[in-house]
Structures are given as structure tokens and as C-alpha cells.
Design a protein around this ligand. Structure first.
Ligand code: FES
Length: 211
């Protein structure tokens, strides 16, 4: 009796263990499927985030200046130089100081001498978005201090450098290369080039919240 009982008991135990193993296997399978699904979802979200960030860069919102800035064209005859200018604008209704006249110091440089199309010139706000010091133009990146290069990595074109805490920005588009600034330089848009002037007609809308 005892062995048979043991056998039956073992049999019941075996019969009970099989569904338990199946259950565990299903649970493991379900966990794997969930992890695969979550991994795929994370990848999709990352891709979406990257696309949105790229679109954000492509679709920066610009605001027309009440009066365009005219910079003498002969001051920007060749790349490697920058010219400082002052633009007048009005802060946005949603700014901390809404609807106020603001003066924004900018810098414009030529990035190519292929022709005189407006996109051969780039203009940025000269005020560093970290603590508002004014940046300087460094036409030759070989002139950058080694400590700056250590942070930015190799730089292959002119740079704007903040003298206060060494934030560095590419002169070609104002993007941040290194340093504590939380973002790149705010931008202006060159809207026309006439026989005599480089015309800066628009400013990135965020500048009108910043001041
Ligand atoms: S104010 Fe420009 S880096 Fe601090």
C-alpha cells in the first residue's frame, strides 16, 4: 500500500507539476514578450524623440524685426570675420516683461564665399544663454585655449567663445560645442542681400522671451 500510495502521490504530484511548469514557461514567455515589446516601444520613442528634435531644429520659429538691420556687405566680403550689430525688437506678450522694446546685440558672419545668397551668411544673438555675457568671435579655431578644445573636441571652423565661463558655439549655426551654456546661441535670419547690405530681417522667437 505504502509504495502504491507513494506512487500515486508521486503521480499526482507529477500531474500537478506539469501544468505548473507550463504556467511558469508561459509566464517566462509572457515576460520575454513584454520585455521585447517594451524594448521595441523604447526604440520607437527614441526615434520619435530624435525626429522631433531634428524637426525642432529645422522649424525654429522666427519673428520679423520691426526694422531690419542692414550690415554693410563689404564688411563681410570673406569668411573668417564677424560684424557686431544691434537689432530692435519687442518682447512677446508671453515674456516676463511683455510687449517691451528690446535691443538685441548680434553678430553676423559669412560662412561661404561661393556667392552672395542670404544663406551664405549666419547671424546669432551675441548674448550667451548661460549668464548673459557677450561672446567673442574666434575666426581661427587654432587660437582656442587647449582647455576649451579639451571640452569641445576638434573644431574645424570659426567659433563664438564666451569669455565668462568658456562656453563655445559654432559660428556656422550657433550650436553649442561645449561649456555650461544650456543651449546654442539664439539666432537671427539673414533675409536678403542687396548690392550694399546684408539684411537681417528676422529673429528667433525665443529671444523675445529671453530678454
Ligand atoms: S555666461 Fe557664457 S558661459 Fe557663462
Amino acid at each position: 500500500m505504502t509504495p502504491a500510495l507513494r506512487g500515486n502521490t508521486a503521480g499526482r504530484a507529477e500531474t500537478g507539476a506539469a501544468p505548473a511548469r507550463e504556467g511558469a514557461a508561459k509566464a517566462r514567455g509572457g515576460g520575454l514578450a513584454r520585455r521585447t515589446f517594451l524594448g521595441a516601444a523604447a526604440l520607437v520613442l527614441c526615434g520619435l524623440g530624435r525626429r522631433l528634435r531634428a524637426q525642432g531644429r529645422r522649424f525654429l520659429r522666427y519673428h520679423p524685426l520691426p526694422r531690419p538691420v542692414l550690415v554693410p556687405r563689404n564688411a563681410l566680403a570673406a569668411p573668417g570675420r564677424a560684424r557686431r550689430f544691434q537689432a530692435r525688437a519687442v518682447s512677446l506678450p508671453t515674456a516676463a516683461n511683455p510687449d517691451q522694446p528690446v535691443r538685441v546685440t548680434g553678430l553676423v558672419t559669412r560662412i561661404s564665399d561661393a556667392d552672395d545668397a542670404p544663406d551664405r551668411f549666419r547671424a546669432v544673438c551675441a548674448v550667451c544663454p548661460h549668464e548673459r555675457c557677450e561672446v567673442d568671435f574666434v575666426g581661427d579655431p587654432a587660437d582656442l585655449h587647449p582647455d576649451v578644445i579639451a571640452e569641445t573636441g576638434p573644431v574645424d571652423g570659426p567659433v563664438y567663445l564666451c569669455p565668462c565661463h568658456n562656453s563655445a558655439f559654432a559660428a556656422a549655426d550657433g550650436r553649442r560645442l561645449g561649456g555650461p551654456a544650456p543651449r546654442g546661441l539664439y539666432r537671427f535670419r539673414v533675409t536678403d542681400v542687396t548690392d550694399t547690405s546684408v539684411v537681417i530681417g528676422e529673429v528667433e522667437e525665443d529671444v523675445l522671451l529671453f530678454f
